[in-house]
Ligand binder design. Structure first.
Ligand code: MN
Length: 257
């Protein structure tokens, strides 16, 4: 039996066009899931899987059935799948738990292959971004969620799509990297207490694939990129962590697994 690996991916933003339409991107992601099915013991999907998501008590957003079926297939094939919420899909309640998935709303620390991993979407961490940090509190507030759920789904989901598009026009697809010391997630990792020994900090949210050795020389900051413009995912093997590109017709995924 070949050794199985641990996989990570984030920021699919299904429901929105990226380099390709959402339907084409969904196909690519489902193909990637087939690869995971063969090689993974565990998959962490690190947030913003959907461009918008809100669970009403008896209703979920339409349009994602194939993807959700893909998640279920992965699980049925014996792969343990854990989900994280992101800033675009933080309104998950019990729908995915009821399907048997663990859903994390905050970062977690876990150990695999003797390495300690800090895994989280990455929104609201690090210095600055006070407007978002305030909004996040409102969005996470139970009363605000209850009130929002009173709006008819056609209007509620319509509003979410509208605001998601607006925020994207301002930033996504044009994410620019200046330098590592200006990356606020890097700053967050640099100031993380040294006595807690973490080998890999793994985040999504930034939409730029990156691997960076922190000043301590002992831990790495990793950003998983996205499946909107970059088509990247991460894999942890006995030998260490790598970021992989996928999604091109010819490019195959990992060569040596
Ligand atoms: Mn995102």
């Amino acid at each position: 039996m070949p050794q199985k690996h641990i996989y990570f991916a984030s920021d699919f933003h299904l429901g929105r066009k990226g380099l390709d339409s959402s339907a084409i991107r969904e196909n690519k992601i489902l193909n990637l899931f087939k690869h995971f099915e063969e090689h993974a013991s565990k998959v962490y999907l690190v947030g913003d899987l959907f461009d918008y998501w809100f669970e009403y008590k008896h209703t979920i957003p339409a349009g994602f059935s194939r993807f959700i079926a893909g998640l279920i297939d992965l699980k049925s094939a014996g792969v343990d799948v854990e989900l994280f919420t992101g800033n675009h899909d933080m309104w998950m309640n019990n729908y995915f738990q009821d399907l048997g998935f663990k859903v994390h709303k905050d970062p977690i620390i876990v150990e695999h292959f003797g390495k300690t991993l800090y895994i989280g979407h990455g929104d609201g961490l690090g210095p600055g971004d006070y407007n978002y940090k305030f909004l996040r509190k409102v969005f996470r507030n139970k009363l605000c969620q209850w009130l929002f759920a009173r709006i008819h789904p056609n209007t509620g989901i319509g509003l979410m799509k509208y605001f998601s598009n607006r925020s994207r026009e301002k930033s996504f697809g044009k994410e620019e990297f200046e330098s590592f010391d200006k990356e606020w997630l890097v700053q967050y990792c640099e100031s993380y207490p040294a006595e807690e020994e973490v080998d890999y900090f793994i985040f999504g949210h930034r939409h730029i694939p990156m691997e960076y050795m922190l000043q301590s020389g002992k831990a790495k900051y990793i950003n998983l990129g996205d499946s909107l413009y970059h088509y990247t995912y991460g894999v942890l093997k006995e030998s260490g962590f790598s970021l992989i590109s996928y999604g091109d017709k010819d490019a195959h995924i990992e060569t040596n697994c």
